[in-house]
Design a protein around this ligand. Structure first.
Ligand code: PLP
Length: 466
C-alpha cells in the first residue's frame, strides 16, 4: 500500500465526532476542545505515516481505538489544570520551585470570602470614603514588629527596589562586599541597586568589613547605609562584619538612615525550638534600623509578599513613589497575609497552625511515628525499603547550614532503576517529588501530609505496572 491510500483511510473529524466514546467525551469536555484534539491527533497520525519508510507501510492499518484513546487523552490533558498540587517528598520545607511557604488551612475561609465576594479593599467602612488597601495589615505589622509604620508590596525584591528608589535615587548607598548577595539568578543586590537608580559604594572585603570602612566611605552624597542579611550563605573562618547596633549608631551620628534587607523576616526566635539563630524583624526594629524589608513567603510562612517596616517619614515617601502602584499586592495576598499574621498573635497556636513553622519544628519522635505509618501503608507493595535517619533542609535561601534531623523512607526498587522510579513518580497525575541518595529513592515525611500517604502508595503501585 502506498502512503496516499493509507492517508485516505484516516477517518474524518466528523467520523470521529460520531464515535460513541467521543460523543460520551463531549458530555464532559467542551466540544471545541475535543474537535481541536481530534485535529491534532489526526495531524500527528499523518505526520507519522509520512515519516515512515515504504517497508514499514506494508501491514499498516489505521488503528481507530488508538486514535480515539489519544483524542481522549489529549482532551483531558488540555482541560486539566497545569498549575496543580504536587507532593513534596524532598524534605525541603521552603522549596522555591514548589511554591515556597504553604498557607494554613485555618485561613481558607478568610481568603475565599475576599476572593469570591466584594470586600472593603479600598473602602473605609467607618467614613464611607476611599480607604487604603494597606490599612488592613499595617496595625497588625506594627503591633507584631514594634515598627512605626509599614507597607506591603509584591515580594521582597520589589520592596528593596522601592526602598532604594525612594531613599537613594541618584545618590550613594554603602554596602559591605561580604553582603553583595545573589538570590536565585535574577536577584542580585548590585543589579537591583542599579535598577533603582541608587549608586552602589561597595566597601571592605568579602570576609572582613570594619566600621572604619563605612566611615571612610561616608560623604556628601551618601543616602543610606545598607545591610543585607546573607540569608543563603555563611562566610566562616577569618571574618568580621559590623554589628547592626554599631551601624545604626554610625548612621545616627552622620544623619544617614540605615536600611536592612532581612530576607526571611522571621517573627519568632527559632532558637527556642532548637533551630539556629536567625535575626528577627523585632530585633532590627528595636535596634533602631530606619527601614527593614523581608519576604512574606519564607520563614514568615505566608503568601508571596514584600513587607517594609520602619520610620513613618520614609514609608510616607514610599507611598508617593509610582513604583508602589506597580508593585502593589492583590486582594487575595492581602487577605492571606492578614490572616497569617493574625495567627502570630498566639505563640502556641502559631507553631501548630503555620505549616512552615510546624514542619520546621516537628520532633524526631513525631517524624519517626509518621515514617512508620507511611511504611506500614506501603508494606504490602513488596518493595525493598527501610526507615532511615537523614536530614531535611529549610530551603528558600533561609538557614543554609541548618540540617534538620529527620526520618525518611528509603526505597531500593527491583523492577526498575532508581532514576526511572524518580521520574515516574514525578510524572504521576499528582507529581511526587523525591530525591535520590546512594542509589536509593528518598521520601522525607517532614514535608508530606498524612492525607497524601495513600496517593504515594497508589503512585508507587502504578510504577510497578509494565
Ligand atoms: C529572598 C531574599 C530576597 C528576595 O525576596 P523575594 O520575596 O523572593 O522577592 C531579597 N533579599 C534577601 C536577603 C533574600 O533572602
Amino acid at each position: 500500500m502506498n502512503k496516499k491510500s493509507i492517508l485516505s483511510k484516516l477517518p474524518s473529524v466528523d467520523e470521529l465526532l460520531n464515535c460513541d466514546e467521543v460523543i460520551h467525551l463531549i458530555d464532559q469536555i467542551p466540544r471545541k476542545v475535543v474537535v481541536n484534539s481530534i485535529r491534532k491527533c489526526l495531524q500527528n497520525y499523518r505526520n507519522k505515516i509520512l515519516a515512515m519508510k515504504e517497508s514499514e507501510l506494508a501491514n499498516l492499518q489505521v488503528n481507530m481505538s488508538e486514535l480515539i484513546e489519544n483524542v481522549i487523552y489529549q482532551s483531558e490533558k488540555f482541560m486539566a489544570m497545569n498549575l496543580r498540587k504536587v507532593i513534596n517528598a524532598t524534605g525541603v520545607v521552603l522549596h522555591t520551585n514548589l511554591g515556597r511557604a504553604l498557607l494554613s488551612d485555618e485561613i481558607k475561609e478568610e481568603v475565599w470570602s475576599v476572593a469570591a465576594g466584594y470586600s472593603n479593599l479600598e473602602l473605609n467602612v467607618d467614613t464611607g470614603k476611599r480607604g487604603s488597601r494597606y490599612s488592613h495589615v499595617v496595625e497588625l505589622i506594627k503591633y507584631l514588629t514594634g515598627a512605626d509604620d509599614a507597607l506591603v508590596v509584591n515580594n521582597n525584591a520589589a520592596a528593596v527596589m522601592l526602598v532604594l528608589s525612594t531613599m537613594a535615587k541618584e545618590k550613594e548607598v554603602i554596602v559591605s562586599r561580604g553582603e553583595l548577595v545573589e538570590i536565585g539568578g535574577s536577584f542580585r543586590v548590585p543589579d537591583v541597586m542599579e535598577q533603582s537608580g541608587a549608586k552602589l559604594v561597595d566597601i571592605g572585603t568579602t570576609n572582613k568589613t570594619h566600621l572604619w570602612d563605612y566611615e571612610k566611605a561616608l560623604g556628601e552624597n551618601t543616602a543610606a547605609l545598607l545591610k543585607v542579611h546573607t540569608s543563603n550563605y555563611k562566610i566562616l573562618g577569618f571574618t568580621e562584619e559590623v554589628a547592626l547596633k554599631e551601624l545604626v549608631a554610625l548612621g545616627r551620628k552622620n544623619n544617614v538612615p540605615v536600611i536592612e534587607d532581612l530576607g526571611s523576616g522571621v517573627l519568632v526566635d527559632l532558637q527556642k525550638y532548637g533551630l539556629t539563630y536567625e535575626p528577627t524583624v523585632q530585633e532590627s526594629v528595636a535596634l533602631g534600623v530606619d527601614v527593614v524589608t523581608f519576604s512574606g513567603d519564607k520563614l514568615l510562612g505566608g503568601p508571596q509578599a514584600g513587607i517594609i517596616v520602619g520610620n513613618k517619614h520614609w514609608i510616607d515617601q514610599m507611598k508617593k513613589n509610582p513604583l508602589t502602584r506597580a508593585f502593589r499586592i492583590d486582594k487575595l495576598t492581602m487577605a492571606a497575609l492578614e490572616a497569617t499574621l493574625k495567627l502570630y498573635l498566639d505563640e502556641e497556636e502559631m507553631i501548630k497552625k503555620i505549616p512552615t513553622l510546624k514542619m520546621l519544628t516537628e520532633s524526631v519522635a513525631s517524624l519517626q511515628k509518621r515514617a512508620q505509618q507511611l511504611y506500614d501503608i506501603l508494606a504490602n507493595l513488596d518493595l525493598p525499603m527501610e526507615i532511615k535517619e537523614d536530614f531535611s533542609q529549610v530551603g528558600g535561601g533561609s538557614l543554609p547550614l541548618e540540617k534538620l534531623p529527620t526520618k525518611v523512607i528509603a526505597i531500593k526498587p527491583m523492577h526498575l532503576s532508581v532514576s526511572k522510579l524518580e521520574e515516574k513518580l514525578r510524572s504521576h497525575t499528582i507529581p511526587i517529588i523525591t530525591r535520590i541518595q546512594e542509589e536509593q529513592l528518598i521520601i522525607d515525611v517532614r514535608t508530606i501530609k498524612e492525607e497524601d500517604y495513600d496517593i504515594i502508595k497508589k503512585a508507587l503501585k502504578d510504577t510497578m505496572k509494565i
